[in-house]
Design a binder for this molecule. Sequence first.
Ligand code: IPD
Length: 276
Amino acid sequence: MKIIVMREDNQMMIDSIKAIAIEAGNIMTSAVRPKIMAKEGHANFCTETDEKIQAFLIERLQAVIPEATFLGEEDGQDVFTEKMSRGFCFVLDPIDGTSNFIYAYRPSVVSIALLKEGKPYMAVVYNPFDDMMFSAVSGEGAYLNGERIMSADTPLKNSLAVFGTAPYYTDLQERTFKIAKELLPLCVDLRRSGTAAWDMCCVAMGCCNLYFELKIQLWDYAAAALIASEAGCTVTDIEGNPLSYKGPSSALCRARGVKEIPECFLKSVPHKRELV
Ligand code: IPD
């Protein structure tokens, strides 16, 4: 009985978060020539729409869980503090795929994760351009527009792989493209979408079987990593360690059919090079 009551509470909470994500998506799709600001790193931008959506999300999500803390990509709210690993913490990326958004290259998504005691608890990733709503509650499966999803069970050689270029960290370019070059003959082909959250959701829904990126931030992976895990994926850093859910990390998301970490990843880790 207790479990049933908890599930109903979870359902109400995830439904509220999804409804808020749809409204945030409307702000994204209705923006007209937003002001663009530069941030630290190579071609790292923020638009006034990122800031507007983040402010909107904080205001509305606060009403869902008044005691929750917030970590958000924009507006100087981007440092993970000890307090955030206690109780509830919302981790927000108002627009994952900001460069896509600026250049009208689709998609861009709203990403909302809810951590409980520092662990992923609920997740929503919404692509407003195609009205695709991914959601998950820990231990209760992953969904796309209300339908249960599972990652593909086919081997890597018969599937697409996607990767992110870690664009803001120029020192990672060489390693990124070395891995990509070695990965290409192991799969059907490679893709680069421009949003890490979307990439992991694509692995979760089974249209590609592997995603990797050498450095992404907590707000890029927190929601999508839970969705992918709930869809049967193995989500780790590129060495196979669990994600920290505390800050930046490399990321490797493997569908059910990709049982092993391809050697090109392990070989690329500087301190492991001599071991492989
Ligand atoms: C970026 C996107 C991109 C990935 C970068 C992320 P942002 O997030 O997810 O695909 O390659 O590493 O930082 O800056 O658009 O929110």
